[in-house]
Design a protein around this ligand. Structure first.
Ligand SMILES: Cc1ncc(COP(=O)(O)O)c(C=O)c1O
Length: 478
């Protein structure tokens, strides 16, 4: 049968259809592609800013999609235990806000944040012995925005930013998106190696380059869990004075200490002149309220404020009201103590499980606070490959490479202990231990030799991604 010829009007209608935007129901039926195709990329490539070429995705954000499955035990995120926050407290504050100040709480607010919020921040910093004038504080949408705004304010493409190795994986995308030249300085169990920092500053000096800032998480570092010693803190501030350097102290975990004596914050040592301080309510109250802050010398703070105006006008008024009401009840530190006690038990569960289930070739940090343990496996194990295997066992961690800009960290992993119950932690570590054990056994079978780990640990700094830890022989086996 000859093909039926379409009438001109039918053809016209069809070509109109092709030109018209698709109806919502129809486009809803089209499966959304998870990744753009080469053709999609080609279509937009000429429009992208140069900086997008070096933008990186945060490993944790990518992992969140996978770990959202309820059967997965995620030791990957940095999630605080928000279930421990009393719902009735939350309800009480929100009811008060609705009754007393609904219109104001639903309105825009000042870019720098409300005076009352900055007063709460003064209290939080005072709990760690810091004295701050609320006028020097700018409220931000989480500590993450503070890192981003600081970088936006100080960094031109190609400028040097110095950070720790490993560093907070969430800072890497910020530094990269402003096209910073990121230099990483090894950490050991005393925090950033200030001797190596000095050497690097000399080298940069020889090239006529001055870093825009040194970024550090000195207490219970994310990801390594280590804390900078008092001696190194003092030397770092001396260096800042000698060389007119700005230090960015990012301190979300300082109040989450489970043992030992607190170290003096860099902010206190630097007298507010050389240190830009970043804080957050995320780990002491809730990350969902997206409230953080930055304290900086006035000329720097002013520029950061201008950057924030362009970014989001102001931080959530509603959650600032929540913090105001919550602090007015006067018990915020009790909750911090309660949650720290929960995390201390979870940390202990993780350290015990690592002793029990990880092979003797592995090493790991023993944090005195915070939320993370950093484990390092034999260098023939790549933790990105290992993650794929671990996910098949429904358990996740952050592969170490996410904490470096230069591809190091391949045999390390970050393990979080704040976001899972003690039982989940034991089971999660058992599953990871099993896949690690399989890799070790495979390697030993293929190479025909068993790695005996009795050689002395590497000199500090010799291997950037292996922290010198307790020698293996001294560890108690259960
Ligand atoms: C070191 C460090 N800085 C900043 C942040 C960002 O926190 P937020 O934006 O929730 O305040 C985190 C979160 O895990 C962190 O670990």
């Amino acid at each position: 049968m000859p093909a039926r010829r379409d009438s001109a009007s039918q053809r016209e209608n069809r070509s109109m259809e092709n030109r018209l935007p698709r109806q919502p129901e129809e486009s809803a039926k089209r499966p959304r592609r998870a990744h753009p195709t080469a053709r999609d990329l080609e279509r937009y490539a000429g429009l992208f800013a140069a900086r997008t070429g070096v933008m990186r995705s945060s490993a944790m954000r990518d992992l969140m999609a996978v770990t959202a499955r309820p059967e997965v035990i995620s030791l990957a995120g940095g999630l605080p235990d928000t279930a421990s926050f009393p719902p009735e407290t939350f309800a009480r504050q929100m009811t008060k806000i609705a009754q007393k100040s609904a219109a104001e709480a639903l309105q825009y607010g000042p870019t720098e944040g409300f005076v009352e919020t900055r007063e709460c921040i003064r209290e939080v910093m005072a709990a760690e012995g810091m004295r701050v004038d609320p006028a020097d504080v700018l409220v931000t949408t989480g500590g993450q925005q503070a890192i981003d705004l600081i970088t936006k304010t100080l960094v031109d493409p190609g400028d040097v930013v110095i950070c720790e190795a490993p560093t907070y994986p969430g800072a890497v995308p910020s530094f990269c998106s402003y096209q910073a030249d990121v230099v990483q300085i090894d950490v050991d169990d005393q925090g950033m190696r200030i001797d190596l920092l000095e050497r690097e500053l000399e080298r940069l000096d020889g090239e006529g380059r001055r870093p825009k800032f040194v970024y550090s998480v000195p207490s219970f570092q994310n990801p390594a869990g280590v804390t900078m010693s008092a001696e190194r803190r003092v030397r770092l501030i001396e260096l800042a004075r000698e060389r007119e350097l700005l230090i960015v102290e990012d301190n979300p975990y300082g109040l989450l200490r489970y043992e030992g004596e607190p170290e003096t914050p860099l902010y206190t040592l630097g007298g507010g002149e050389y240190v830009i301080y970043v804080g957050t309510f995320s780990k002491i109250l809730s990350p969902g309220i997206r409230l953080g802050w930055v304290v900086a010398p006035p000329p720097v703070l002013e520029k950061i404020g201008l950057g924030k105006q362009a970014t989001d006008l102001c931080t959530s008024t509603l959650t600032q009201y929540f913090v105001r009401e919550y602090f007015a009840e006067g018990h915020w530190l009790d909750y911090v103590r309660d949650v720290a006690e929960i995390y201390r038990r979870r940390r202990d569960a993780m350290l015990e499980a690592l002793e029990r289930h990880f092979p003797e070739q592995a090493t790991w940090t023993k944090p005195q606070g915070g939320m993370f343990v950093w484990a390092t496996l034999p260098d023939y194990i790549d933790t990105e490959d290992l993650l794929a295997k671990a996910l098949r066992e429904d358990v996740a961690f952050v592969p170490g490479r996410a904490a470096y800009v230069d591809g190091r960290g391949a045999s390390s992993m970050r393990l979080n202990f704040s976001g899972s119950t003690e039982d989940e932690i034991r089971e999660g570590v058992r599953r990871i231990g099993r896949v690690v054990g399989e890799q070790v056994a495979l390697y030993e079978t293929l190479t025909g030799h068993r790695v005996v780990r009795d050689e002395p640990p590497p000199e500090p700094g010799e291997r950037a991604d292996v922290l010198p830890l307790h020698p293996r022989g001294k560890r108690r086996r259960k």
